[in-house]
Design a protein around this ligand. Structure first.
Ligand SMILES: [Fe+2]
Ligand SMILES: [Fe+2]
Length: 194
């Protein structure tokens, strides 16, 4: 609680005012945010597509389909933001196209619970990522901040869905989860830069 209050206080009044010498400019910072979020939503959509290719007729299919639809809505919003803000998409889109789908399909082949473990790990990292971004936006970017907060809440719900579907009972859950979180953080780091 205390920690949250501190973070709330730390939010800049104007986006970028707290940046240090050598940090990206305000415009670069926002462009990076939109670029990485667009990539992330694209990757998320591909993960759920890959899972549905394997689990499309399983008991988990309706839940996975609902998450895929939410990711599509998130992706559409960032598609619009790319155009509005004149941000180039990541050059890694073809990589996330393949890697997202492969991750989704591979996790699903390990079983429903492993697929849900993938959801929990990835969504947890993305939720934290959105929260971190939202904290760096000032009142001048209140609209974008609200979008990130709404999407972050959706990702938290996806994580809950994964947990409700027995993610933690997947074989090798801890190792799988740790590897997936590392992979997701690496994908975020790369998409911000390339
Ligand atoms: Fe999303
Ligand atoms: Fe999600």
């Amino acid at each position: 609680m205390n920690e949250d209050a501190t973070r709330e206080d730390a939010r800049p009044a104007v986006t970028g005012e707290d940046r240090l010498p050598g940090d990206p400019t305000r415009e670069e910072m926002i462009a990076r945010m939109i670029r990485v979020d667009h990539a992330g939503e694209y990757g998320a959509k591909r993960i759920y597509d890959g899972q549905l290719a394997v689990l499309g007729r399983s008991a988990a299919a309706p839940a996975i389909r609902a998450m895929a639809e939410a990711e599509q809505a998130h992706l559409d919003a960032f598609d619009n933001l790319l155009v509005e803000r004149r941000v180039r998409p990541t050059a890694l889109s073809p990589v996330w196209h393949v890697a997202g789908y492969a991750l989704g399909a591979a996790s699903a082949l390990l079983g429903e619970r492993a697929a849900m473990a993938c959801t929990v790990a990835v969504e947890e990292v993305i939720e934290q990522h959105y929260a971190g971004q939202a904290r760096r936006l000032g009142e001048d970017e209140a609209g974008l901040r609200q979008t990130l907060e709404e999407f972050g809440a959706d990702e938290a719900r996806h994580r809950e869905t994964g947990l409700a579907h027995g993610a933690e009972r997947a074989p090798g859950y801890e190792a799988l989860s740790a590897a997936l979180k590392r992979g997701t953080r690496l994908a975020i780091w790369l998409s911000e830069r390339i």
